[in-house]
Write a protein that binds this ligand. Structure first.
Ligand code: HEC
Length: 136
């Protein structure tokens, strides 16, 4: 009887000990501690592409062709000169402004910069110029 009690006790104690150890393991800080002179790994800054502004053709192909290539959602097709006569008559400044700021026309909705959040105004203008060039 006494032995049984001792064994039970020992079991309880060791179970308790195990638990404590696993709690320590689970709650240990995730970072490592570095001392002076250690080779500390420093995260490198992300590599930023500095290739300069994209050409009108690049921007058009990547950001505008999906709508203007096939005439999706009322977008004037680039291959269809008649869809552009009235638009060109407005003057380039209006075309550029509509392309940069977006607008709701009678044919459909042109999103600002064609939805290209990382396009600069200059890149959008270059894309419009490329579109106009393709109409010639
Ligand atoms: C989601 C489809 C869509 C995308 C992407 C898109 N456009 Fe458009 N765009 C339209 C629609 C629709 C119109 C016509 C709106 C109207 O006149 O009713 C339009 C019209 C235009 C016009 C004529 C503006 C005018 O005043 O008549 C220009 C210029 C233009 N888009 C340039 C661009 C350029 C540049 C890009 C890429 C940077 C682009 N679009 C991307 C849908 C799109």
């Amino acid at each position: 009887m006494l032995i049984a009690l001792l064994v039970a006790c020992a079991g309880a104690v060791s179970a308790h000990h195990m638990e404590k150890e696993s709690i320590q393991k689970r709650t240990k800080p995730s970072g490592e501690v570095y001392r002076v002179g250690d080779d500390v790994p420093v995260s490198k800054p992300p590599v930023v592409e500095t290739s300069g502004p994209r050409s009108g053709e690049e921007v058009y192909t990547a950001k505008c062709a999906m709508c203007h290539g096939a005439g999706i959602a009322g977008a004037p097709k680039v291959g269809e000169a008649s869809a552009w006569t009235d638009r060109i008559a407005q003057g380039n400044d209006i075309l550029f402004e509509h392309a940069i700021k977006g607008y709701q026309g009678s044919a459909g909705f042109m999103p600002a910069k064609g939805g290209c959040a990382d396009c600069s105004d200059e890149e959008v203008i270059a894309a419009v110029e490329h579109m106009l060039e393709m109409l010639k």
